[in-house]
Write a protein that binds this ligand. Structure first.
Ligand SMILES: Nc1ncnc2c1ncn2[C@@H]1O[C@H](COP(=O)(O)OP(=O)(O)OP(=O)(O)O)[C@@H](O)[C@H]1O
Length: 215
């Protein structure tokens, strides 16, 4: 069994048009791989296929393995993917604490939920801000809420689509360093879509450079 995420002769089509692949990639547990390539080549679609949330026009051949199990036939909720996107998509009508709590499994006691949320807030440097409306936070703070919401769900892999692209460079750099360290500590395989060569290098794992599929 190969621990981690394995794309095995994965090829994607959009309706009748080949989009990417066939390609192979192995991202071991605790390693962050980067997906790069020109705009429109299919980077976001690749992540959506791995997560099981691609639209009906997208078809795939090949297999997606996670820790030795083929996950490509599983419903998205069974894949246990943590997603972080450019727009962090925090729920504006929920408090910061409730946004993080949204990632927690059902069935926990109130006290346990509260303890986990407080620990996540403290880790993110947001202690005391749990009652705030997300729209009153800075971009960097919102990104940290999105990270903690993802991590409290204990994902088995992490997929990030330009999560820092909207932040200014110094902040993006600081946040990226912290997020990468935190994700490595979770020891899950991770893929990040990026246009930034520095970010791909900082990820440190394999780089998947997508080019337009021929024919
Ligand atoms: N469900 C769908 N139906 C039809 N076309 C789609 C669908 N999903 C994606 N596409 C098309 O597939 C192509 C790849 O899109 P995708 O967003 O994956 O590219 P990308 O490499 O992430 O681009 P960018 O770097 O600009 O974000 C685009 O031409 C897009 O319009």
């Amino acid at each position: 069994m190969t621990a981690g995420l394995v794309l095995d002769r994965l090829a994607l089509r959009i309706h009748d048009r080949p989009l990417i692949g066939p390609l192979d990639l192995t991202v071991p547990a605790g390693v962050i791989g980067a997906v790069v390539g020109p705009s429109g080549v299919g980077k976001s679609t690749l992540l959506a296929v791995i997560a099981g949330i691609a639209g009906p026009g997208v078809t795939m051949a090949g297999r997606v393995w996670l820790d030795g199990t083929a996950i490509d036939g599983l419903p998205p909720e069974a894949r246990r993917v943590g997603l972080m996107m450019q727009d962090d998509l925090l729920f504006p009508h929920l408090t910061v604490a409730a946004n993080i709590g949204f990632g927690l499994p059902a069935g926990l006691s109130r006290a346990r939920r509260r303890a986990l949320i407080d620990a996540a807030l403290a880790e993110a440097g947001l202690a005391g801000l749990g009652g705030r409306d997300p729209l009153t936070l800075s971009g960097g703070q919102r990104a940290r809420v999105a990270l903690m919401r993802m991590l409290v769900a204990r994902p088995r892999m992490v997929l990030m689509d330009e999560p820092f692209a909207r932040l200014d460079r110094p902040l993006a750099h600081r946040l990226r360093t912290a997020v990468f360290a935190r994700i490595r500590a979770e020891a899950v395989p991770t893929l990040i879509v990026t246009h930034d060569p520095d970010e791909a290098a900082a990820a440190g794992g394999p780089v998947l450079d997508l080019q337009a599929a021929d024919g």
